[in-house]
Design a protein around this ligand. Sequence first.
Ligand code: NAX
Length: 331
Amino acid sequence: AKEPVRVLVTGAAGQIGYALVPMIARGVMLGADQPVILHMLDIPPAAEALNGVKMELVDAAFPLLKGVVATTDVVEACTGVNVAVMVGGFPRKEGMERKDVMSKNVSIYKSQASALEKHAAANCKVLVVANPANTNALILKEFAPSIPEKNISCLTRLDHNRALGQVSERLNVQVSDVKNVIIWGNHSSTQYPDVNHASVKTSAGEKPVRELVSDDAWLNGEFITTVQQRGAAIIKARKFSSALSAASSACDHIRDWVLGTPEGTWVSMGVYSDGSYDVPSGLIYSFPVTCKNGEWSIVQGLPIDELSRKKLDLTAQELSEEKALAYSCLS
Ligand code: NAX
């Protein structure tokens, strides 16, 4: 039998946490034969709710779940974890300045970075979900210098999956037959959902999405804005932000990272830029990646047309500004 993997979920008493922990305990994230021990962290005002989640995990009698640590102590939460999914953060409330929200999250991610660096298992893989996801991940990287930068990522898989979903709805094909969309850049409304290299499996073989959807105006317009604005549309409809889709996408992100992407398929991950595609290095930026043996690599050599170039640069620009704002909060 396999040794259990310890998975940390911060903000576990929140909405995404509530959807995510049962998925992890059922093997959706790491596989149906992989036992897990869940570490759940939240802040003291949420301690009672967190304990309620723990009670429900016990009640669900998950066969793969070998233990639950529910705590408000960040050191206890981080100790020995192999995978860390960072969902906890300070939400933007009405009337708050961007700088105030950034400052709260910078201090959270700075201290959690140190705790992970000191107490997590060697080679722990980190996924930041909490917004501003890319910049929180960057702060985490900066303040956990001994964690390899290859082990720190942020979630743009939800945006990627949203793009697959939109293409599938438009063409009336199975979402599992659509692949290789790309989310470039920030997990924000400046992200660039790109279908230029995406394809659909048909009875006549793989066909480019650009060929099957002949409506360029839709692909260059409404498709992009729908994906960019999907989070807001969910809030409008549900009165709460995306939770089940975020949780499911977080599982997809970790599963593909650990177990590998299928041959010929890439996914989108926010990772530390090495300057690929002329994206400035030193940003956590979403790229197309393939994963093998627990490591991601950026897909190289895709042609970038003029319209795409502008969009890649625009979202990089926003990330540079966020980075500057985050650094200004440190001093
Ligand atoms: P909730 O407000 O329901 O839950 C957040 C939880 O984090 C709360 O229980 C809170 O007590 C806890 N928390 C706050 N500070 C903490 C700290 N220092 N340590 C540990 N826990 C802490 O938000 P929810 O809807 O679950 O969303 C969580 C985060 O995901 C938000 O930042 C949200 O913006 C972000 N999202 C990111 C997405 C992505 O694709 N990257 C999509 C979904 C989501 O909007």
